[in-house]
Design a protein around this ligand. Structure first.
Ligand code: SF4
Ligand code: SF4
Length: 413
C-alpha cells in the first residue's frame, strides 16, 4: 500500500517499522475472517485491515478522533491476523506504533485514565498486588460477581524443591502469576528438579513489562525490560541454560525485547542475548522429558491423573511466539490425545487487561471459547498462560490448569 509518513515520523525507528508494515499490506482482507473482534461486531474498523487503514491515516498526519482510539482499544493484540496474513504484515509492531501516536493526540476521559493508571501501577507491583490478591482470595465468596471473576481460587503451591543441581534455568520473577496462582511456578520448579535441573528466580528481576507495554506506557515497559536484562545476563554468562518463561504472554513480551531496544546502542546486543536464551516450556521441555514417558504412562494407567483433556492454545503461544501444536504433540506422545478445539485459533478474550477494559467483548469471546473447549466434556482444560487460565476458570466449573501442573501431578503420582 502506498504510504507517505508524516514528517514527524519519517526516518525514525518507529517510522521505519510502521512504514514497512503499511507498505506490505495489500488490503486483500484475508485477515478479516480470523479477527475475533470483526467476527463479533462485523464493523470493518474492528478488523485488522480497517485498523491498519485508520493507523495509516494517523501516521500520515491526519488527526485521530475518539473513534480511532476506540477501534484500536477494541483490538485484543492477539496477532491472529499476523498468522493469517500472506504478505507478512507484522500487525503487532504496527499497532504498537499506531497506539502510541493516537494516545498522544486523543485525551481519554478521566475515569479511563484512572482505571489504566490503577492497572499499570498495581498489577506490576508485587508488594501491592500480592496482599491485595491474598485478601481477595480470602473473602472471595463475598465479592460481587465482576470482582470474583478476577480472583482465582487459591491452589496450594506445594513445596519448592531445595536440591541444587549443576544444570540451571532462570524462571521469570513475574507479577500477576505468582500472586494469583503460585502453584504454576512451584509445579515448574518441581518438574525441573525431577529432571535434575535447578530453577533460579532472580530477585532483582520482575514483571516482564507486558502490562505497561499494552497500556501504552512505553518507557515504563522498557525500564522493566532493562532491569530484567541486567538481572539475568550474569546468570547466562555463568552457565544458566535458558530463561524459561511459563506464562506465554510474558514469554511473548520477553521475546520482543530485542525489537523494542533495537535502536538503543547500549542495550540492543544485551536484549538480543536474552531473546536467544528465552524459551517457553512447550518448546524446551518435551526433549528434556523424553526419559519420563513410561512414568507418565504408568500414572495415566493407574488413573492417577485425568486423561480426558483439552488444550487451549493461548494467542501469545500460537500467534505471538509461533509455537503451534507442541503441547498437543507431547501429550499424544505420552498417550493422551487432547480433543480437537473448533476455532482453536481464536482468542479467549483474556488478552492481558482486555477483560477489565472491554468486559462485554471479553465475556462473549470467553463464552464462545468455553463452548468450543467443553464440547468433548473434558475432565480438565489445560493451557499455558496465567491470563487465559484465570479468565477461562471464571466461566466454568471444569478445572483449568497450566499443562505443567498436570505434568507435575503425573510425575509425582
Ligand atoms: S491479510 Fe495482510 S495484506 Fe491482507 S489486508 Fe490483512 S494485513 Fe493486509
Ligand atoms: S490483533 Fe487480533 S483483534 Fe487485533 S486486529 Fe489482529 S486479529 Fe483482530
Amino acid at each position: 500500500m502506498e504510504t507517505h509518513l508524516a514528517d514527524w515520523l519519517a526516518g525514525t525507528p518507529d517510522g521505519e517499522d510502521a512504514g514497512e508494515n503499511l507498505r506490505r499490506c495489500v488490503h486483500c482482507g484475508f485477515c478479516l475472517a480470523t479477527c475475533p473482534t470483526y467476527l463479533l461486531t462485523g464493523d470493518e474498523r474492528d478488523s485488522p485491515r480497517g485498523r491498519i487503514y485508520l493507523m495509516k491515516q494517523v501516521l500520515e498526519g491526519t488527526t485521530p478522533t475518539r473513534s480511532t482510539l476506540a477501534h484500536l482499544d477494541r483490538c485484543l493484540t492477539c496477532r491472529n491476523c499476523e498468522t493469517t496474513c500472506p504478505s507478512g504484515v507484522e500487525y503487532g509492531h504496527l499497532v504498537d506504533v499506531g497506539r502510541k501516536f493516537v494516545e498522544r493526540q486523543v485525551r481519554r476521559p478521566r475515569h479511563e485514565r484512572l482505571v489504566r493508571w490503577l492497572l499499570r501501577e498495581t498489577l506490576t507491583r508485587r508488594r501491592l498486588f500480592d496482599p491485595a490478591m491474598r485478601l481477595g482470595q480470602f473473602v472471595r465468596p463475598l465479592l460481587p460477581a465482576f470482582l470474583r471473576d478476577k480472583v482465582p481460587v487459591r491452589r496450594a503451591p506445594g513445596v519448592w524443591p531445595v536440591r541444587h543441581h549443576a544444570r540451571k534455568v532462570l524462571l521469570l520473577n513475574g507479577c500477576t502469576q505468582p500472586a494469583m496462582l503460585p502453584s504454576i511456578d512451584a509445579a515448574t520448579a518441581r518438574v525441573l528438579d525431577q529432571l535434575g535441573i535447578e530453577a533460579i528466580v532472580e530477585a532483582r528481576s520482575g514483571c516482564c513489562g507486558a502490562i505497561r507495554h499494552h497500556l501504552n506506557d512505553t518507557e515504563g515497559a522498557l525500564a522493566e525490560a532493562r532491569r530484567n536484562i541486567d538481572a539475568w545476563l550474569p546468570h547466562l554468562e555463568a552457565g544458566v541454560e535458558v530463561v524459561l518463561v511459563n506464562a506465554s504472554g510474558c514469554g511473548a513480551m520477553v521475546k520482543e525485547y530485542a525489537h523494542l531496544l533495537r535502536a538503543d546502542p547500549a542495550w540492543a546486543d544485551k536484549a538480543r542475548r536474552i531473546v536467544e536464551a528465552t524459551r517457553d516450556p512447550a518448546e524446551w521441555l518435551p526433549a528434556e522429558l523424553a526419559g519420563q514417558t513410561d512414568r507418565i504412562r504408568a500414572a495415566l494407567a493407574r488413573g492417577a491423573v485425568p486423561s480426558r483433556l483439552v488444550f487451549h492454545a493461548p494467542c501469545t503461544l500460537q500467534h505471538g511466539q509461533r509455537i503451534r501444536g507442541a503441547v498437543e504433540r507431547w501429550l499424544a506422545s505420552v498417550g493422551v490425545t487432547p480433543a480437537v478445539v473448533p476455532d482453536g485459533h481464536l482468542c479467549c478474550g483474556s488478552a492481558g487487561t482486555y477483560s477489565v477494559l472491554q468486559p462485554a467483548l471479553s465475556r462473549q469471546l470467553r463464552s464462545n471459547k468455553l463452548t468450543a473447549l467443553q464440547g468433548s466434556r473434558p475432565e480438565q482444560i489445560l493451557s499455558a498462560n496465567i491470563g487465559c487460565i484465570a479468565h477461562l476458570q471464571a466461566g466454568t466449573d471444569t478445572p483449568v490448569r497450566h499443562w505443567i501442573e498436570w505434568l507435575d501431578e503425573a510425575l509425582n503420582a
